[in-house]
Design a protein around this ligand. Structure first.
Ligand code: ZN
Length: 299
């Protein structure tokens, strides 16, 4: 199998490396600026496909100047060792607070693999990097002919960063548009570090950016920026409003998550149902965990 490549504009391409042999699960973005950049590297199981796609666009590994890691979750970053060996001149850009996970990914890898159960064994390994390959994300990233702006979005993961290139926001897991609960998007609220309050702040903040499209990891480029953001704000509030009464009735997080899935997870999804189910379960549990932390902190 080969990755599929879709042109977003003159210098941004979406690369779908068919993670889990599934089209539409994960999008990476290649920016062919004067200093070429790859936004997320994908899991190690698809590194050959990612490399093949970039070479197909006419670039060699030694051309790449940046491997940008939006956050150190295995689906986004697991192939970083292999890609950094293929692209020896590239600096690996990561948020300061994510660096230690990129050096030693053991914990983040275990969490991902256990959440995704049988799919977890299909992402390949996750080898760490040595410190000297890392560049702590600056506010502005020099792409040669232009500057890109690094934007922190810590709701999904405390160390998540997005990148504004021209009028496009490469948004990683700032929000999701892939899995549907009724007519709502499943928020990207996976444990362990999802933060409900920050997630809402991130979405509010992005509303004020002057952009023409939002490019999500899960999934794709959305030109309908305002609609996507307002729908995402509605979705996470809706999910909370559904979950709260279940918890008040005394259901455990697991039971509440199962009840939500039975009631609301659509049987038709853009990715295989079982994969959608595992994400829904993880993300509902992640949301509940954050709500419980908020409650505990308020005493
Ligand atoms: Zn992700």
């Amino acid at each position: 199998m080969e990755a599929t490549v879709q042109k977003i504009n003159n210098r941004i391409h979406l690369i779908d490396p068919l993670v889990f042999d599934t089209q539409g699960y994960l999008a990476l973005y290649f920016v062919s600026s004067e200093k070429p950049l790859l936004f997320d590297v994908g899991p190690s199981s698809v590194s050959d496909r990612v490399i093949g796609a970039i070479e197909g666009l006419g670039f060699k590994g030694s051309d790449l100047q940046y491997l940008f890691i939006s956050h150190v979750h295995t689906d986004h970053a697991g192939g970083v060792r292999r890609l950094s060996e293929w692209a020896p001149n590239a600096k690996v850009v990561v948020a300061q607070s994510g660096a230690r996970h990129l050096i030693d990914p053991t914990k983040t890898y275990q969490s991902f693999v256990s959440l995704l159960q049988e799919y977890g064994s299909r992402v390949g390994d996750f080898k760490g990097l040595s410190q000297d390959r890392l560049l702590m994300a600056p506010v502005e990233l020099d792409l040669g002919s232009e500057q890109a702006r690094v934007i922190a979005a810590s709701g999904h993961a405390h160390h998540q960063i997005c990148l504004k290139v021209g009028r496009h926001l490469l948004a990683a897991d700032l929000m999701g548009s892939q899995i549907m609960l009724d007519n709502h998007y499943l928020p990207t609220s996976a444990p362990p570090s999802f933060d409900y309050l920050k997630y809402n702040e991130d979405l509010d903040r992005v509303l004020s950016l002057d952009i023409d499209s939002i490019c999500l990891a899960h999934y794709g480029a959305h030109p309908d920026v305002t609609t996507l953001i307002t729908d995402s704000i509605d979705s996470v509030k809706w999910l909370r409003a559904q979950v709260d009464p279940l918890l008040k009735e005394g259901l455990s997080p697991e039971e509440a998550s199962e009840a939500m899935i039975r009631r609301h997870l659509r049987s038709e999804q853009r990715i295989p149902y079982r994969l959608a189910y595992l994400h829904a379960r993880a993300n509902i549990l992640g949301l509940i965990g954050s709500l419980q932390r908020i409650q505990a902190s308020r005493g």
